[in-house]
Design a protein around this ligand. Structure first.
Ligand SMILES: Nc1ncnc2c1ncn2[C@@H]1O[C@H](COP(=O)(O)OP(=O)(O)OP(=O)(O)O)[C@@H](O)[C@H]1O
Ligand SMILES: [Mg+2]
Length: 324
């Protein structure tokens, strides 16, 4: 079983409008409401890959109940902790005329020390029966920035590898706790390393290798950096690789990184070698872009992308140590 932690899940509400009037009344022609947030997307993708998944995290109020109901029939087991506050919503307004989407992400409910402690007890119990844990997404107000570090340390105590997908302080603290893998995107890596990861509008591979190497020097055992349609770059003690795709896929890139995290977790528990893991992860990311909803992909898109992804070795497994 793979345990997925979602401390700040959301109910994702999407309104599709022909031409948004920002100063007047709009009548959406389509409305979608579904459980969301990074952890939920990862759990959904892992289920679609055939993995057994348990979702642990914090939910509250009527929105929390709607989120849990929305998971019915998904095949995802839940070990959720109820909090007094209300689970957040995200709103996406899709202007189908202009092809633009505006997204509004609420911050999440305040979480008390007691509520977080209750979650932690549930988490430790769930660790006892899982092969890997995925820690994904933002932290709600009240949960300390180093929470992921505690969760990674508890996983290490239980000999469970932890995969971290976070940003800012949560990522920096988490890295120091020694996760098996971190998966920043270019912007997240740029933020923690305080330098740009792009040059002339392209990923700057040298800067990415150096910055990802620093994450390993700081404690992470491996780093896979997602580069949007440019694919993935992996820095690991076993070697460095780049996974490249044939080209950009049109669609919805939100949640493509979550699909990558799911594929990497799946590959880890199935003991795939790195090149194979990366091939699947890049292909699944691209197939997820082609599907309209985050956390979903078409089997045919996935197969097609798998045939197109190229994984190549990068110079020396020790590149990161020289600069560390
Ligand atoms: N437009 C695209 N075309 C093809 N593949 C893409 C595209 N965008 C992303 N991907 C694939 O998905 C992977 C993850 O994308 P990205 O780097 O955007 O993740 P992310 O920013 O973490 O996404 P999110 O946090 O919204 O889930 C990429 O490494 C790539 O394999
Ligand atoms: Mg991401």
């Amino acid at each position: 079983m793979i345990l997925v932690v979602t401390l700040n899940p959301a109910l994702d509400v999407t309104h599709e409008v022909d031409q948004v009037n920002w100063a007047g009344v709009n009548r959406p022609h389509r409305v979608h409401v579904r459980p969301g947030g990074k952890g939920v997307n990862v759990a959904r993708t892992l289920r679609a890959l055939g993995a057994e998944v348990t979702l642990a995290g914090l939910v509250g109020g009527g929105v929390g109940r709607e989120l849990v109901t929305g998971l019915d029939g998904s095949g995802i087991s839940t070990a959720l902790t109820w909090v007094c506050g209300e689970t957040r919503r995200t709103f996406a307004v899709v202007d189908t005329g202009r092809g633009d989407t505006a997204v509004f992400n609420e911050p999440g409910p305040p979480v008390s020390v007691g509520e977080y402690r209750e979650f932690f007890v549930t988490y430790e119990k769930a660790l006892a029966s899982c092969a890997a844990v995925v820690l994904s997404g933002s932290l709600p107000p009240g949960v300390p920035a180093d929470a992921y570090a505690d969760l990674i340390a508890a996983a290490a105590q239980a000999s469970v590898p932890a995969i971290l997908d976070a940003s800012g302080a949560a990522l920096a603290h988490g890295v120091a706790a020694g996760p098996a893998l971190v998966k920043p995107n270019l912007a997240e890596l740029g933020e923690v390393s305080d330098q740009s990861m792009e040059r002339a509008g392209q990923p700057d591979a040298d800067a990415v290798v150096t910055a990802a190497g620093r994450l390993l020097a700081a404690g992470a055992r491996a780093a896979v950096v997602s580069l949007g349609w440019h694919g993935l770059l992996a820095i690991t003690p076993d070697g460095n690789w780049r996974a490249s795709q044939a080209g950009p896929v049109a669609g919805n890139p939100t949640g493509a990184g979550d699909a990558v995290v799911a594929a990497l977790a799946h590959g880890l528990v199935r003991r795939q070698d790195w090149p194979e893991r990366l091939r699947h992860a890049a292909a699944l990311g691209a197939a997820t872009v082609a599907a309209s909803a985050a956390g979903e992909f078409g089997a045919e898109d996935y197969r097609r992308q798998l045939a197109e992804v190229q994984v190549t070795g990068l110079p020396g497994p020790d590149v990161w140590r020289e600069d560390g």
